[in-house]
Design a protein around this ligand. Structure first.
Ligand code: KIV
Ligand code: ZN
Length: 512
């Protein structure tokens, strides 16, 4: 039997730190369920001490997920660690992940601590965490830019205190593969008790090398855990992408000689769910999960693939969960079929009332669109502008007029705390007019920094999925809206972003 490579998914923690990618508790729970179906070994569910919202999300995930280990990040102090332990109480298998920066730059400028103080705090934190959990991971933040002898002292000490996993972050994405691989190898060779812990890699993608660096950490360095995110989601250029690392190790098993427990057929559904929930669209040429990843446009390639698939294909599309868009439901589908499909997609609703409301929206969509795909259902349930009565703003209806040579005009009805209001405006185009109509009432003063439209299931018959990214007082939020009418989808996305701006609670920034 080959050794196992542990897949540690941090979409819900490091991925969520990407500006605008913050998710609600229900969204996180839905993604955690998909990660469990994907069979990832560890789910880093959040940073429990950073906010009440994060605490509740970690707690809900710990209570609901039974097959994967559930982990919470915590800084190296007793309060953070206790919060993590508290949130993880319901987990079948819990892990506390504690970290402190060890690079000269971070210690001096950010922490304003001496190396000896950092060493002491790391030891105390791991000791404290081990009293609360058997499974404790330690990360020296900015580890790759740390002085190796100091790092060896810290890591040796935390292993003595009982750390079971040592994770070496390349926090700023500065590493290159050979050097990073050798860095891990040297640490393992120099530290006398290094065999008492599992070594892990955590790479950021600032120079586009996160996957390559992680693979080098595994192959050269002997790491047996990779930290990664779906679609490579994460701050700045993102983290190491789960789908790429998993498929590299699986496809090149001849070279890596390791097993991964992931059910690869769940990769594309996971990718879609994360992209639809966060509004971070996947680029078409993205490896494994991009729309073009298995599309053979050139005649030579098409001909080759038809004659013998492996002429141009090293992986099979169906093995990573690509299936021709399957019509899953239609106008005649009943409530039971709809409920079953929600179940299959891992969507749990709190009450029959919620299911009834979602079913009513499904019927309304099915009246306008004959074929309903899984993506439509996901969009339908994640459409916050219409799904939650708790939200500040909700979409009601829209009318717009546009004609060649005339300035478009829109009139939008939406609710503010349950009360219907009416906004009107003209604009450069119908979308511009509609959003200005909303803004004429709301006067949020937010700056729009991104607007994008995407056809959910590929054709003009599909729903348009719109992402709107707003910035206000240094905060960035993404709103997503879907509808067969892209002007309506845009209004929903705008209202969803306003809801997030309105509700986003302050949270402690997790470094890295
Ligand atoms: O990149 C990083 O350093 C991190 C740590 C907090 C693990 O995400
Ligand atoms: Zn990180």
């Amino acid at each position: 039997m080959a050794e196992k490579l542990i897949i540690f998914d941090t979409t819900l923690r490091d991925g969520e730190q990407s500006p605008g990618a913050s998710m609600t508790k229900d969204e996180k729970l839905r993604i955690a369920r998909q990660l469990e179906r994907l069979k990832v070994d560890v789910i880093e569910a959040g940073f429990a001490a950073s906010s009440n919202g994060d605490f509740e999300a970690v707690q809900a995930i710990a209570n609901a997920i039974k097959d994967s280990t559930i982990c919470s990040l915590s800084r190296a102090n007793d309060r953070d660690i206790s919060r993590a332990a508290e949130a993880l109480k319901g987990a079948n298998r819990a892990r506390i992940h504690t970290f402190i920066a060890t690079s000269p730059l971070h210690m001096e400028k950010k922490l304003r601590m001496t190396p000896e103080q950092v060493l002491e705090q790391a030891k105390l934190a791991v000791r404290f965490a081990r009293n609360q959990a058997a499974d404790v991971e330690f990360s020296p933040e900015d580890g790759y830019r740390s002085e190796i002898d100091f790092l060896c002292r810290v890591l040796e000490a935390v292993i003595k205190e009982g750390a079971t996993t040592l994770n070496i972050p390349d926090t700023v994405g500065y590493a290159v593969p050979e050097l990073y691989g050798n860095f891990i190898k040297t640490l393992r060779e120099k530290i006398p008790n290094s065999d008492k812990a599992i070594w892990s890699v955590h790479c950021h993608n600032d120079l586009g090398m996160a996957v390559a660096n992680s693979l080098a950490g595994v192959k050269i360095g002997g790491a047996r855990q990779v930290e990664c995110t779906i679609n490579g989601l994460g701050e700045r250029a993102g983290n190491c992408s789960l789908e790429e690392i998993v498929m590299a190790v699986k496809t090149r098993r001849d070279y890596f000689g390791l097993d991964v427990g992931v059910d690869t057929s769940q990769i594309v559904p996971a990718s879609r769910m994360v992209s639809q929930t966060t509004g971070f669209v996947v680029q078409p040429n993205k490896a494994v999960v991009g729309a073009n990843a298995f599309a053979h446009a050139s005649g030579i390639h098409q001909d080759g693939v038809l004659k013998a698939r492996d002429t141009y294909e090293i992986m099979r599309a169906e093995d990573v969960g690509w299936s021709a868009n399957k019509i899953v439901l239609g106008k005649l589908s009943g409530r039971n079929a709809f409920k079953q499909r929600l179940n299959d997609l891992g969507i749990e609703m709190d009450s029959e009332t919620e299911i009834n409301a979602a079913f009513a929206r499904f019927k309304e969509l099915a009246d306008r669109k004959s074929e309903i795909f899984d993506e439509d259902i996901l969009a339908l349930v994640s459409d916050e502008s219409v799904t939650s009565e708790k939200e500040q703003y909700g979409f009601v209806s829209l009318a717009q007029h546009s004609e060649t040579g005339e300035r478009p005009h829109a009139s939008v009805v939406f609710s503010v705390e349950g009360r219907e209001v009416h906004g009107q405006s003209d604009g450069n185009g119908p979308v511009d007019a509609s959003l200005k109509a909303i803004e004429s009432h709301v006067k949020s003063g937010a700056e729009m920094i991104l607007y994008s439209v995407n056809a959910i299931s590929g054709s003009t018959e599909s729903q348009g999925e719109v992402t709107v990214r707003l910035q206000h007082s240094g905060r960035v939020v993404n709103g997503v809206g879907a509808d067969p009418d892209i002007v309506v989808a845009s209004a929903k996305a705008y209202l969803s972003a306003l809801n997030k701006l309105h509700s986003k609670a302050d949270r402690v920034a997790a470094q890295g």
